[in-house]
Design a binder for this molecule. Structure first.
Ligand SMILES: NC(=O)c1ccc[n+]([C@@H]2O[C@H](COP(=O)([O-])OP(=O)(O)OC[C@H]3O[C@@H](n4cnc5c(N)ncnc54)[C@H](O)[C@@H]3O)[C@@H](O)[C@H]2O)c1
Ligand SMILES: [Fe+2]
Length: 436
């Protein structure tokens, strides 16, 4: 682990400090029953309970509704959240939030629900044209002017970590592009994480959202170190995507170790409570880590993989429109990227592959990219993921459009441990077309 000493070596003009921002987290079986007390302690009197149509029919929705009622909180339910939300679905939720005059939010769902609640809260608290707060260059990238209303996030996938981040992601339909809103103000005040909810997750959702977790941890661990980012002019300008740092390293390593031990079991068997709980904890740790370090190329590339979807329809997801689930759109790029980024910090790539359970016996630093890429590919095969970009409907003819869509994702691409040119990005997509 020599890397951990020299990886954060100060550089000329580079930042000398890193910040730690986290939501207040409660984790454990049955903790959803605490939702009412938590809302009351935050001073909420009338709450928007946001979810999607599938989840509204499940037992844990009733648990939360009952807990809020018992605490005397007036509850208005919104179950119109779209899986993989869009600008249109975000604005519909924001209109609901404004009209229903709530003073707090509880999101019960996967990243799609939590991100929708963040956006509804933002536009209800600080009304503005939709593109005002959306990341530049697609939106105006204006800072959020102040705090939002309290938001209690309750994740139901072992997934995104959105309950601990200040990010909301959506698809801008007119441009066929994914983008997002990023601000510390978007981070929910409280996260209630109850691993019992994972029992009803379809295997394919555990697999796709688990690869999202895996890539959050790998990307944050191999991100450019915070000491190589230019020092901000003042403290308030230090970005949340500040680069790899000693705090995010802690969560990344443990998340990778847990995934190496439990991820395939959690996908294979809905009854394996231990494995599903441990993957849920890995998701929380990786969310805290990437919320403070930032992802890089696999996520940057995923924006156009998801945005340009043709006719792909995965099992376990709603079948009303083609979609490439977020974690799948990320992991199809990952082996290609890590094979290329390994020379920038080979010891980190090797260590990560070991935590994920690779047999790297005898492997040296020059093998790091191959060992890590190979381990990810083995896990993809074992959990039924598509075979790279060709597995979700793309071919050689799509490489230019994929590159065009991802190249503007500067926040993510510049967080990679080496520079990525436009031609380099096309080459990464080409190498991601098929892995076996
Ligand atoms: N804000 C962030 O920091 C962040 C990070 C990563 C991803 N995301 C975003 O999150 C979204 C993906 O979220 P996700 O992967 O959590 O999935 P999701 O919210 O899209 O849900 C996937 C499917 O699983 C179902 N489901 C969820 N929980 C269930 C349960 N316990 N039992 C049965 N079915 C259940 C949902 O109804 C849906 O059909 C994407 O839009 C992605 O861009 C956000
Ligand atoms: Fe993600």
């Amino acid at each position: 682990m020599g890397c951990c000493h020299h990886y954060f070596e100060p550089t000329e003009g580079g930042d000398l400090a890193f910040s730690v921002d986290v939501s207040s987290v409660t984790f454990g079986r049955g903790c959803l029953a605490e939702a009412g007390e938590v809302a009351r302690a935050l001073g909420i009197r009338r709450i928007a309970l946001m979810t999607d149509k599938v989840l509204r029919g499940l037992d844990f929705f009733e648990t939360v509704e009952r807990a809020l009622a018992t605490a005397g909180i007036d509850t208005v339910v919104y179950d119109e959240v779209r899986v993989e939300p869009t600008d249109v679905s975000f604005q519909d939720a924001a209109a609901f939030a404004r009209e229903s005059k709530v003073d707090g939010f509880l999101s019960l769902g996967g990243g799609s629900v939590i991100d929708t609640a963040k956006a509804a809260n933002l536009y209800a608290s600080h009304p503005a044209d939709f593109l005002t707060y959306v990341n530049a260059p697609i939106g105006a990238g204006q800072p959020v002017p102040g705090p939002l209303r309290p938001h209690i996030a309750c994740p139901t996938t072992s997934g995104t970590g959105s309950e601990c981040t200040g990010i909301a992601v959506f698809d801008l339909l007119a441009m066929k592009a994914k983008t997002g809103i990023v601000s510390r103000e978007l981070r929910p005040q409280r996260a209630l994480i109850d691993p019992d909810v994972t029992a009803s997750l379809p295997a394919n959702v555990v697999a796709a959202s688990g690869f999202d977790v895996l890539s959050h941890a790998l990307e944050s661990y191999t991100a450019r170190p915070y000491t190589q980012r230019r020092a901000p002019a003042n403290a308030s300008q230090r970005p949340m995507s500040q680069g790899a740092n000693p705090w995010s390293d802690l969560g990344c390593r443990e998340a990778l170790r847990l995934l190496g031990a439990y991820f395939p079991r959690a996908v294979a068997d809905a009854g394996d409570r231990e494995a599903r709980e441990q993957v849920m904890w890995a998701a929380t740790l990786a969310g805290i880590a990437f919320g403070n370090a930032g992802c890089h190329a696999p996520h940057g590339m995923a924006y156009s993989v998801a945005g340009l979807v043709k006719d792909y329809q995965p099992a376990g997801y709603p079948d009303d429109a083609p979609l490439i689930p977020h974690g799948m759109s990320v992991i199809v790029n990952a082996p290609s990227v890590f094979r290329v980024t390994a020379p920038a910090c080979p010891d980190r790539h090797l260590e990560a592959s070991g935590l994920l359970g690779a047999n790297g016996r005898g492997a040296g630093e020059t093998d790091a990219g191959e060992v890590l890429g190979g381990r990810i590919v083995d896990l993809m095969k074992e959990t039924g993921m598509p075979n790279g970009l060709s597995g979700v409907g793309y071919g050689e003819a799509d490489l230019a459009a994929l590159t065009e869509g991802a190249y503007p994702q500067r926040r993510l691409l510049e967080n990679a441990p080496l520079d990525i040119t436009r031609d380099g990005l096309t080459a990464l997509y080409r190498d991601a077309l098929a892995y076996w």
